[in-house]
Design a protein around this ligand. Structure first.
Ligand code: FAD
Length: 492
């Protein structure tokens, strides 16, 4: 017996799910819209600002889930975790034994961190507000931590931690490879030694994130492996990331992975000469809570390990008994209508993997902006499909565009900023003033196909247009980045 039905059911109170509900409510005031979310708090976008055609900024707030009812007369929010999908019966079953029938379903269940060692009390993954609070708590008594991973979370964490030694283990030859080439990584390296960053005291021009305390208070019955909504831009701002050491030092171990984690110091192990705090030729006598052996042979003792080695789409409750096609990365494969392989089941945000390839300058990256865009677009598709209308792929999927901040610098990423998917068939134009700006253009056949701007360059709008209109710029050659030329005067 069902506990209720709704024309539209959305699963997950993260940014994708909440935006999906808001968009559904703005387009449809007659049908029931139901959000199923396990926590009493949801993520909401406020102060949205379209910076340019594709770049956007907004504030993200944690809010009481009940506030979502205000977006439309037929919106309901039920605090429950979905434990099973019965797509044939068009029903979802919750962990607390309820069952809801749907006309169209959108799965926005996000992702969970890939943990180095599941269940190990010394290994911490960062995903939601609770995990960051746990990190802060543990840092208070810590002298040294090991951070494993080279994505955005690791970058921000390593930069923010104070009064603690950080051993940063990355599998690549340079830092932040998801965002930077090795030259850009060099630009950032000096910032790791600084106690404050260039823009630290200035106004932040990126998406903001605010949290409320006690996010899991009063939560309902949960499903195994599920976490709260992901954190997002500026998650570390205003959070004290302070250890118990009298100094902060960052030591990077390149091209290695964590091979072994053990609570006893491995017998006969001599610490590396370049080991933090260990003088040449000495062995490290201090005892630590846990030891990490890296694939390059180095062994470090530390207080705990932060596993920031990426995320895995959270699909588990929806798979059993349903022929859902998964992408290689484990995400629910969706077409250009955000539809999964099962009729009337859509997916958006971190849980999905897009299967379309028809936009030359856009690709998927599990980011806050894309979760919002996909949630809104999925809702438009759900409504259009319900009434038999067609809907074009949203313009936001024409160009990959992201503004963020790393180490206090404004960072703008456009198109195939790292030559993604271009093989070796491209050229780079670079301009760099150490400590001030780093500008990179990715050129193919005389046209700009990607760009990376670090610092206050104000070049983003001009080059966004140049990527979108694919103007042939061969005649300019390297003078395209000549600082004496006001490039925007030519093309704006
Ligand atoms: P989520 O926010 O994970 O929301 C999923 C929701 O589904 C949650 O509410 C969850 O509780 C719920 N759920 C899960 N399972 C079930 C179930 N069975 N039943 C009901 N509900 C369920 N992005 C950026 O753009 N810039 C950044 O600087 C940035 N920094 C980040 C820093 C950190 C530490 C992390 C973790 C992520 C960061 N991201 C950043 C990524 C960004 O936060 C995510 O891409 C985005 O939040 C994904 O939104 P989502 O709605 O798809 O998923």
């Amino acid at each position: 017996m069902t506990s209720g039905t709704a024309k539209y059911i959305v699963v997950g109170g993260g940014i994708a799910g909440v935006t999906c509900v808001e968009q559904l409510a703005s387009q449809n005031t007659v049908d029931d819209i139901l959000l199923l979310t396990p926590y009493p708090l949801i993520k909401a976008v406020t102060n949205f600002r379209q910076v340019s055609r594709t770049l956007e900024e907004f504030v993200v707030e944690e809010r009481n889930a009940e506030t979502l009812k205000r977006v439309g007369p037929r919106v309901r929010v039920i605090q429950a975790a979905v434990a099973k999908l019965d797509s044939e019966a068009h029903e979802v079953h919750t962990a607390d034994g309820r069952c809801f029938g749907y006309g169209k379903l959108c799965i926005c269940s996000g992702a969970t961190p890939k943990l180095l060692a599941k269940g190990n009390p010394f290994v911490l993954g960062i995903r939601d507000t609770d995990s960051v609070q746990e990190l802060q708590k543990r840092l208070v008594g810590s002298r040294r931590i090991v951070v494993a991973g080279n994505g955005g979370i690791a970058l921000e964490l390593v930069h923010e931690v104070r009064d603690c030694e950080v051993i940063w283990a990355i599998k690549d030859p340079s830092i932040g490879t998801s965002y930077f080439d090795s030259a850009a990584a060099e630009f950032f390296l000096p910032s790791l030694g600084k106690s404050s960053s260039p823009g630290a005291s200035g106004p932040s021009r990126r998406t903001k994130y605010t949290t409320s305390p006690g996010s899991t208070a009063a939560m309902g019955k949960l499903v195994e492996g599920m976490s709260g909504s992901a954190l997002g831009p500026d998650w570390q701002e205003n959070l004290q990331m302070q250890g118990a050491n009298d100094t902060r030092r960052v030591h990077i171990e390149f091209e290695c992975e964590v091979q072994q984690i053990c609570e006893q110091k491995p017998a006969g192990i001599v610490m590396r000469e370049r080991d933090v705090g260990v003088q040449k030729g000495q062995t490290e006598e201090e005892s630590w809570s846990v030891y990490v052996k890296l694939s390059n042979g180095a062994v470090y003792g530390c207080d705990f390990i932060v596993s920031a080695t990426g995320v895995r789409p959270y699909t588990q409750p929806f798979l059993e008994g349903n022929e859902l096609t998964l992408a290689e990365d484990g995400g629910l494969l969706v077409d250009d209508h955000m539809t999964t392989s099962i009729p009337d089941v859509y997916a958006a945000g971190d849980v999905c993997s897009v299967a379309w390839t028809r936009t030359a300058h856009w690709f998927q990256m599990r980011l806050w902006t894309q979760a919002r865009q996909m949630g809104a677009y999925a809702a438009r598709c759900m409504v259009a499909d319900s009434v038999g209308e067609s809907v074009d792929l949203d313009f936001c999927f024409e160009l990959f565009a992201h503004i963020t901040r790393f180490f206090g610098y404004k960072v703008v990423l456009l198109g195939r900023y790292n030559g993604q998917g271009l093989g070796s068939d491209y050229e780079l134009l670079l301009r760099c003033t150490p400590g001030v700006e780093y500008v990179k253009l990715v050129m193919q056949c005389g046209r700009v196909v990607g760009a990376l701007f670090v610092g206050e360059t104000d070049l983003e709008e001009t080059f966004e247009n140049l990527i979108l209109n694919q103007m042939d710029l061969s005649a300019f050659g390297e003078s395209l980045l000549d600082p004496c030329i006001e490039i925007e005067d030519y093309f704006d």
